[in-house]
Design a protein around this ligand. Structure first.
Ligand code: NDP
Length: 287
């Protein structure tokens, strides 16, 4: 038996294997495209000949796959080897597919711990890395010393979907923010400003975000949006200018129009004199 089995050797899986090996753990690996294991095997990992052999090699089985469908594609033919295994799935997918996987694994005698790694491959195992987890707490705690090597564990609770929800929430922030940066850079670039000249100002703007968010939890939870410093009407006018400026420059306007639509609908619903946080009334799920 090895300490851990890792299935899925994309950039993330490879970084995890190297981290475990660096800490003296034994690691069994399997990947659909076998050649992708060559480098980590040369570095000390043990190659499993099949998914069944990979499962047999360790109690702790980590999956680092594109999505949850890949788990069924790999393990669906070897379900009899799942009994007694702890499957830590660090793959991205929807909460409903995560819940289905929890039931599917339980039906084959395995326990699912759901995870979401919040850093890119080069940062796995560094002090900057953290990973959301959810699932049975005792099972998580039993394997926490090994999992901790990947990054600071952030256990969110017993409900399996919690880690997936936190992961998708953080990626909502991440992907939307990255797109906003490209949008802003494209606006300037269309008028001849080199991206490099804008970059320090973009960094400066992102740095101001944390203080900007302070206090918003209370406003959102209480659904009161005092517009003392700025109002949705003022911000909505700015959202109009952003769309117009991007359109004039010949830049794609899908993202600015989506933002403008949030302001338009909040104002139409009577929240114009509220803070920008009143967009919560448009965005949040209906009661
Ligand atoms: P990829 O998404 O590129 O692929 C990971 C692995 O999935 C590969 O080993 C691939 O096998 C396997 N795979 C995909 N589909 C199937 C299938 N149908 N059957 C069998 N194997 C399959 O890898 P990453 O390492 O980038 O990401 C892994 C997970 O981590 C993803 O869910 C991603 O969202 C998440 N993540 C990624 C980050 C990043 O920066 N890359 C950061 C944080 C999280 P094969 O080699 O044969 O193609």
């Amino acid at each position: 038996m090895t300490d851990v089995t890792l299935i899925g050797l994309g950039p993330m899986g490879q970084a995890m294997i190297r981290t475990f090996l660096a800490h003296g753990h034994t690691v069994t690996v399997w990947n659909r495209t076998a050649s992708r294991a060559d480098e980590v095997v040369a570095a000390g990992a043990v190659r499993a000949a099949s998914p069944a052999d990979a499962l047999a090699a360790s109690e702790l089985v980590i999956l680092s796959l594109t999505d949850y469908q890949a788990m069924y594609d790999i393990l669906g033919g070897v379900t009899s080897a799942l009994a007694g295994k702890v499957v830590v799935n660090l793959s991205s997918d929807t909460p409903s597919r995560t819940r289905e996987a929890d039931a599917w694994l339980a039906g084959h005698g395995a326990t699912l711990v759901v995870g979401g790694v919040m850093v890119p491959a080069p940062m796995v195992g560094t002090e900057h890395s953290y990973v959301f987890y959810s699932g049975p707490k005792e099972t998580f705690l039993a394997h926490e010393p090994v999992l901790r090597l990947l990054g600071r564990p952030e256990y969110r609770g017993e409900d399996p979907i919690l880690a997936q929800l936190y992961y998708q929430a953080q990626l909502t922030l991440f992907l939307t923010s990255l797109s906003a940066y490209l949008q802003a850079a494209a606006l300037l670039r269309a008028e001849g400003v080199p991206v490099g000249e804008f970059l320090p100002f973009a960094v400066d703007m992102y740095d101001t975000f944390s203080p900007f968010l302070a206090g918003t939890a209370e406003e959102l939870e209480s659904r009161t949006y005092p517009g003392e410093l700025s109002t949705a009407t003022m911000m909505g006018a700015t959202a109009d200018h952003i769309v117009a400026a991007n359109r004039e420059a010949g830049v794609d306007v899908a993202l600015p129009e989506a933002v403008k639509s949030l302001y338009d609908r909040a104002i139409a619903a009577g929240h114009g004199s509220g803070n920008w946080t009143s967009l919560w009334e448009v965005i949040r799920a209906r009661d």
